[in-house]
Design a protein. Structure first.
Length: 193
């Protein structure tokens, strides 16, 4: 029914995804995920789990999170309600965009999604209260492989739109990249396609 548009970003292999939205006086309809459309765009993933989160306050920052190999996760993130600033950081050693970051506005209004591949850290900052996020992952949660990097790590230098976010204990105490860099097992391969 609807076709998906894949938009390249400044980070290699990270894409904004724009669905076709059908709107009228009653509201709207869209396909938020269609495996066939993904595969036509060269995106082959086997998603195994959907995660849904609610942040009651504007200014909640969740991240920067990732899972190490062999339990790394590809994510498709979308904002069902409200507005978020979504940040992705390339952690693949040898990548031309290694340690670079990019930020995107995802909202209930633009209906955009972001594809965050394995090898990237991910974080979100809510810009409105009562924000809901839904994201698909292609690997189950693994506490042994779960890692975080400080949201304000100066080596990465993310320009967040808010300087004093609301953080979990885990995110407040996350290490700097330099302190866990040797443990990160993501590598960029040019022939990966």
């Amino acid at each position: 029914m609807g076709k998906l548009k894949k938009i390249e970003t400044s980070l290699l292999d990270v894409y904004l995804l724009e669905p076709t939205v059908f709107e009228d006086h009653r509201g709207f309809f869209m396909e938020s995920y269609n495996k066939r459309d993904f595969e036509e765009l060269g995106l082959f993933f086997n998603f195994v789990q959907d995660n849904h989160s609610l942040s009651v306050y504007a200014g909640v920052l969740r991240g920067l999170h990732f899972q190490l190999e062999p339990k790394a996760q590809t994510k498709i993130v979308r904002c069902l309600k409200g507005v978020i600033y979504d940040v992705v950081v390339d952690l693949r050693k040898g990548s031309p965009t290694y340690k670079k970051w990019a930020g995107f506005i995802l909202s209930e209004y633009n209906k955009r999604q972001i594809l965050v591949p394995k090898g990237f850290a991910h974080g979100i900052l809510t810009l409105t209260p009562n924000t809901e996020i839904l994201y698909k992952v292609d690997e189950y949660y693994s506490p042994e492989h779960d890692r975080s990097i400080r949201w304000d790590d100066p080596e990465i230098g993310i320009d967040w739109p808010l300087k004093n976010p609301i953080l979990s204990e885990k995110d407040r105490n996350a290490p700097f990249l330099k302190d866990i860099e040797s443990e990160i097992n993501f590598y960029y391969r040019e022939d990966r396609k």
